[in-house]
Design a protein around this ligand. Structure first.
Ligand code: GDP
Ligand code: MN
Length: 391
């Protein structure tokens, strides 16, 4: 689950990291009022930033500075009226504009192969780190945190120096450790600060009064660990959750949308992967990964069907059920009910084996469903049906 910059910053503050203060505004009037508060308490300028769950907001024109309340209102109006990568901006973050001396990159991710948290840092901050990784991989520093001891002092120090943060090594080491702490405290997959910035304190002369702060924050949380952190659920942004993802989550269905045309409904993650492979081998492209889970009842099957059909690209559906705890006849009832409710007529091929498969077969034949005995046959039929539907 991705969370907004403002919420990510709050989690960083919770771990004691230096983050300049901010406010969130949903309207130009709120943005103006927030800007007035920052300007009145001594800020020369404010920064206004789109709150959307995509990167590259700066490049897209979603990060702008303003020197007065009027300007802040106008700039907030521009940003609140735009779409970034197809997502309408519904809220902005307002903060005192930082006087940036230099931008760095710092992140923590789960390194599955090493089974540790990996810290990555670079003096090439503020830009797209993916490009840095391609063009000059040596510019990215890496170090692993120890699973029990965390990031050791000497590691943090060495890391800070290698990033060119020598003069700020104490804060840099504290921030690096704070990233690891944030990962552990909330079961995050990623904590990214880009830019981590050296900023000049307001009123300071050219050389004095510099500080290291987190100017941007991006955190993704491990969905599978959310049950352990009930408080984090409220950070889910309903403005940006895809309706299909929302329905899948509510029905406890594992669903990942893909780009193809063959909707897949399967029970079990491994079987779902195999089904996708066989669709590809038969010359088709899966429209999704969908696992209805073990013991699914008719209503869950109907929900899965609605989710699959909500994708307009789906031109055929392949249902592949291996009955164990899940009963074949229960799934068949669900499919029949789902087809009754269904608004769009899409050809469907059903393969059900295992528990109560003969009963399922009788029900499906009576309801005139297209069935298949083997998975190869089912995949071939689904691909053929999707071509027929397209032609
Ligand atoms: P992103 O483009 O979505 O990653 O958004 P960021 O928050 O990283 O902002 C993009 C860029 O805008 C940063 O790399 C900075 O160069 C600039 N920026 C962000 N905040 C400030 C600020 O307070 N002052 C100044 N001068 N520039 C800022
Ligand atoms: Mn950024």
């Amino acid at each position: 689950m991705k969370i907004q910059e403002a919420d990510a910053k709050a989690l960083l503050v919770g771990q004691g990291l230096p983050v300049p203060g901010w406010e969130v505004a949903r309207t130009t009037a709120e943005a103006r009022a927030a800007a007035e508060r920052f300007l009145r308490s001594g800020a020369d300028r404010v920064v206004i930033k789109a709150q959307v769950l995509v990167g590259g907001r700066g490049k897209a024109g979603g990060v702008k500075l303003a020197g007065s309340a009027d300007e802040a209102e106008a700039v907030a109006g521009q940003i609140l009226g735009m779409e970034i990568k197809g997502i309408p901006v519904r809220k902005v973050l307002v903060a005192e504009a930082a006087d940036i001396v230099k931008e760095f990159y710092l992140s923590a991710v789960v390194d599955r192969a090493a089974r540790r948290i990996l810290l990555m840092g670079s003096a090439e901050g503020g830009v797209e780190i993916e490009q840095v990784a391609v063009d000059q991989p040596e510019a990215i520093r890496r170090t692993h945190a120890h699973p029990y001891l965390g990031l050791l002092d000497h590691q943090a120090r060495q890391f800070a120096f290698s990033m060119g943060l020598g003069a700020h090594w104490k804060t840099a080491a504290q921030i690096a450790r704070g990233l690891v702490a944030t990962m552990l405290a909330h079961d995050a997959d990623l904590v990214e600060i880009n830019p981590l910035a050296i900023i000049r304190d307001p009123g300071a002369d050219r050389h004095g009064g510099e500080r290291l702060v987190c100017l941007d924050a991006k955190i993704t949380l491990d969905d599978s660990a959310l049950a352990r952190h009930p408080g984090l659920e409220e950070l889910r942004d309903p403005d940006e959750e895809d309706p299909a993802d929302r329905e899948a989550r509510k029905a406890a269905i594992s669903f990942i949308k893909l780009d193809g045309t063959i909707g897949c409904m399967v029970n079990g993650a491994g079987l779902a992967m195999t089904t996708m492979d066989l669709v590809k081998r038969a010359g088709g492209e899966p429209a999704n990964f969908l696992d209805i889970g073990g013991g699914a009842r008719a209503d869950k099957v109907a929900a899965a069907m609605r989710i699959i059909l909500s994708d307009p690209k789906v031109s055929a559906i392949l249902v592949n059920i291996f009955g164990g705890i899940t009963r074949g006849d229960e799934v068949a009832h669900g499919l029949i009910e789902a087809r009754r409710q269904q608004e769009r007529d899409v050809p469907m091929v059903v393969r059900i084996v295992g528990t109560n498969a003969p009963e399922a077969d009788v029900l499906l034949r009576e309801a005139r469903f297209e069935t298949a005995g083997s998975l190869d046959e089912a995949a071939a039929k689904a691909v053929a049906a999707s071509r027929g539907a397209v032609a």
